[in-house]
Design a protein around this ligand. Sequence first.
Ligand code: ADP
Ligand code: ZN
Length: 709
Amino acid sequence: MTSTTFEPMNLEAKKQLKSIFGYDNFRDRQEQIIEEILAKKDVIVLMPTGGGKSICFQIPALIFENLTVVISPLISLMKDQVDALKTNGVSAAFFNSSVKEQEKNQIIQDAQSGKLKLLYLSPETLLPAMNTWFNDLNISLVAIDEAHCVSMWGHDFRPEYTQLKVLRTKLADVPFVALTATADKITRKDIETHLGLNSPTTFLSSFDRPNLNLEVRGNVPKQKKIDQILDFIEARPGKSGIIYCLSRKETEEWSQILSDNGVKANYYHAGLTSDQRDKIQTEFINDEIPVICATIAFGMGIDKSNVRWVIHNNLPKNIEGYYQEIGRAGRDSLKSDTLLYYNYRDVKLLSDFARDSEHSTVLLEKLNRMLEYTESTTCRRKILLAYFSEVLPNNCGNCDVCRNPSATFDGTILAQKALSAIKRAEEKAGNNTIIDILRGAKTTEMFSKGYNNLKTFGIGADIGVQQWLFYLTQLKNIGLVEIAYDDNMHLKISPFGEKVLFGKLTIQLANFKEKEKLSKIKEKKQPSTLSPDELLFDRLKLLRRKIAIEDNVPAYVVFSDATLTQMSAEKPITENAMLAIQGIGLQKFNTYGKDFIDLIKLFIKDSGPKISTYDETYELVKKGIWVDDIAKMRNMAVATIYSHLAKLMQEGKSIDFKTYVSDEEFEKIKAVLPQFQDTNTLKPIFEALNGEIDYGIIRMTLTYLEMGK
Ligand code: ADP
Ligand code: ZN
């Protein structure tokens, strides 16, 4: 594909990458995507959150002669993106319902006159404008961000997106690029068909995020969950994390629980005013509040690279949502933990929501896939990637299933026992009742409903309750048993289950392991002392915050965490060294470079190697100054100076012992020493010598003798 005619363009792209954005290299598909756009082809970009989608259209925007229009549904994010471009010295603006009337005319004028390189628009503003001022623009490129919003099956469907097709027809010669972090098959297809793109080239990046540890815990009682989450957070002091909850009420409740237990936390949901939400978001980004309990609205468009963990308090609606949410952790590629809790109440609630919706079949199916994921006994990452049509050849080794793999056995008889209990209870019993029947439990329910008379009563008494729960889950996973969410969670036998029950098929089951014990790796406390680099990082963040407040932009618009991390490790104090840091382009260097260099210089000076107190004494000794005078000059006790001399002697410095201790003193001290077993405390020795010889001289002599002289 690559022909030499594009080469100058490629060089130009690479130049822009460095001088504007401050990066040395493109990430995996970025260069090819840009090349394709520059060749005026339509493109679909599917890249996980944090993958670097923006640059894919921003660099072509810089290279093309005329305006690039960016369509985005996220009004809050538009401002940040435009601020980020401006700090890089790119002329950009946004136009949405939040812009004041007077400003609108100015923006239109700038767009028409060619002053702007990029104009961000919400679809609601674009559609009406298409008959008016929008017609007079010279457009080189259209980028449709969050393109999955065109899919009716997704969680973010925006009806206006389906009308963007009109724009495609209208701007026949202009390349279109559609970008999203959602990449399941339905969405992909919807983007292709509903946006009306011209035989687009699709670029699918790997959605694998190997640094995310995946763990799932099912049906954990509330109090236990609280204990576990508190342990979890305590083991990660001060680290940023998000707890996702299903309801607004729960976000408030969790925030309260955490605060009551000394964890600095806050909550976030759509019921707050936009000022409140902005404030919380900023405090989170700036590491002022490490933990946020939030509904899934939180995190959309937050470019915070150091989120170290994400906990789901409830089952997510579908895998794409779940993947996006956990994807907010570890954007800096460092190890991060994700933990998902779910229980059957969530399943019931979510399936009720789904059923009430217009697209209930699809939504229920997606929910079902989510549930299968949680109850899986195969590598979780394999399931996730398979969902995005990616094949992970080996088990990942970084999920709870991999850490705790299961051996299998012929589970046919065991399954038959359970199935027959379900059958004989006429499919009118849930998990717990079935287990009671199998184990022959002597409960009132068993007797009142006559279950104690069933033939199957007690046929599984040799197997524990937890074990039965584990096997029943597998029977559901394999598809022998279904849960009737609409009928009190009663267990029903599927046609496949019937076959096993009647001996027409055999099945394999995973061995039971005491999951609780195995998976609860004792949470380890992190040491709380900071390394010098971390200390500098903290100071750099403070400076970043000060600048962000002054300039009224989010902190990450000034510099990303990744940039500050590199800065704290490399400590650049020259222009060249600073420009070599990833994420610092020319404009940013000019605006902020000096402040950061000054701070780093100060830090180096403060923390530079200090002359030790011993060396200071040594310097004076070398000048031939006597002990008493050194003590006076240094404002220290004579004995202390002697102890310095002892130490220096031990270190092998040239200290002439005989200059300080006379032969007579040496012999006297040596003579009394056999009386003492412990020569660490000097006082008894001093007293044995009738107080005639100074402590310092005793100290030096002892050291001299210890050294084997
Ligand atoms: P997305 O929109 O895909 O979630 P962004 O475009 O916001 O991701 O990029 C995520 C982060 O990665 C940003 O901080 C961005 O500056 C950075 N980034 C993008 N491309 C590169 C690159 N080639 N090298 C280094 N960092 C990059
Ligand atoms: Zn795995």
